[in-house]
Design a protein around this ligand. Structure first.
Ligand code: IPM
Ligand code: MG
Length: 351
């Protein structure tokens, strides 16, 4: 198993180091090579996705990524900004299916800002399309109108085949879960998502056991807070999925708990926490490494078909939580506040 390890910026290196520690502790012959991405790529090679990094990612069986971005790069030309490196690697590797499981660990029920009874037992899989939509649609840009005023343009765009393939991913996942898919759109206003809804209905015919429902994105944002347990699998486009997955993460206590897998058509994947690079707390050893560690578990499950070791990591995380260890973001009275590296050690010990 060859893994490209891309720590990135901000807290990226700290949290990735914990996941690497956990993978090494499994002792299952994983070969890891590190490369720069994001601001780190810009610093070392003048490109947020250096050619060497992309080459390594393409040659590897899977990619483990930390996070990218720092305010200090916000004034660079857009092509040079860290986020562009992330979007490009997703596109280059054709990672169109982004899975973001929002799972509540019972020990963290009181860490959520929502009432424990609202979130207890929560288990949602958000399936976000990752290589299309307004993130990539052309035309785009900022230009000056004839009257001298500036105008910003982005284009929301989905082809039928793009909708179809992410739809199949969602239905297949639902078949292994509670057989419910909620497709999130804004079909009352946006034609792109009117097509999205039509295609979802068409492919649902191939999955007679799965119950398909539709929800407008504004209502979905509200329902996630009101009664999140009504959801099993949610499938949606790139921009809505970006927003809803951050929202869903807070149901689980902290965005520091939400892992993700981004897969191509052959389950080659990139695995990264759903959160950002949090430059404000970088280099302090206080970030929560669990989303990254849980992303490594997803890597074993989806790219290496190693359910046993994926479950071992997840059980070890559970155990560390049951033992009372908490990073600052999930700390509540009566638990033990620990640092990022300590949490990594606690998970290794629990393994
Ligand atoms: C995410 C992030 C990225 C996105 C940013 C950093 C480009 O928010 O992975 O959710 O918008 O996809
Ligand atoms: Mg996001």
């Amino acid at each position: 198993m060859k893994i490209a390890v891309l720590p990135g910026d901000g807290i990226g290196p700290e949290i990735v180091a914990q996941a690497v520690k956990v993978l090494n502790a499994l002792n299952i012959g994983i070969e890891m090579k590190e490369a720069a991405i994001g601001g780190a790529g810009y610093e070392s090679a003048g490109d947020p996705l250096p050619a060497e990094t992309l080459k390594l990612a393409k040659e590897s069986d899977a990619v483990l990524l930390g996070a990218v971005g720092d305010w200090k790069y916000d004034t660079l030309p857009r092509e040079m900004r860290p986020e562009r490196g992330l979007l490009r690697i997703r596109k280059e590797l054709n990672l169109f299916a982004n899975l973001r499981p929002a799972l509540l660990y019972p020990e963290l029920a009181s860490a959520s800002t929502l009432k424990p009874e609202v979130v207890a037992g929560l288990d949602i899989m958000i399936v976000r399309e990752l290589t299309g939509d307004i993130y990539f649609g052309q035309p785009r840009g900022i230009s000056t109108l004839p009257n001298g005023e500036r105008e910003g343009v982005n284009t929301m765009r989905y082809s039928e085949s793009e909708i179809r393939r992410i739809g199949h991913v969602a239905f297949n996942i639902a078949m292994k879960r509670n057989k419910k898919v909620c497709s999130v759109d804004k079909a009352n206003v946006l034609e792109t998502t009117e097509l999205w809804r039509q295609v979802m209905i068409e492919i649902s015919k191939e999955y007679p056991e799965v119950e398909l429902s539709h929800m407008y994105v504004d209502n979905a944002a509200m329902q996630l807070i009101r009664a999140p347990k009504q959801f099993d699998v949610m499938v949606t486009g790139n921009i809505f999925g970006d927003i809803l997955s951050d929202e869903a993460s807070m149901l689980t206590g902290s965005i520091g708990m939400l892992p993700s897998a981004s897969l191509d058509a052959n389950n080659k994947g990139m695995y990264e926490p759903s959160h950002g690079s949090a430059p404000d707390i970088a280099n302090q050893d206080i970030a929560n490494p669990l989303a990254t560690i849980l992303s490594a578990a997803m890597m074993l499950r989806y790219s290496f078909n190693d359910e046993e070791n994926a479950t071992r990591i997840e059980s070890a995380v559970k155990k560390a939580l049951a033992q009372g260890y908490r990073t600052a973001d999930i700390y509540t009275d009566g638990t033990r506040k620990v640092r990022c590296s300590y949490m990594g050690d606690a998970v290794v010990a629990a393994l």
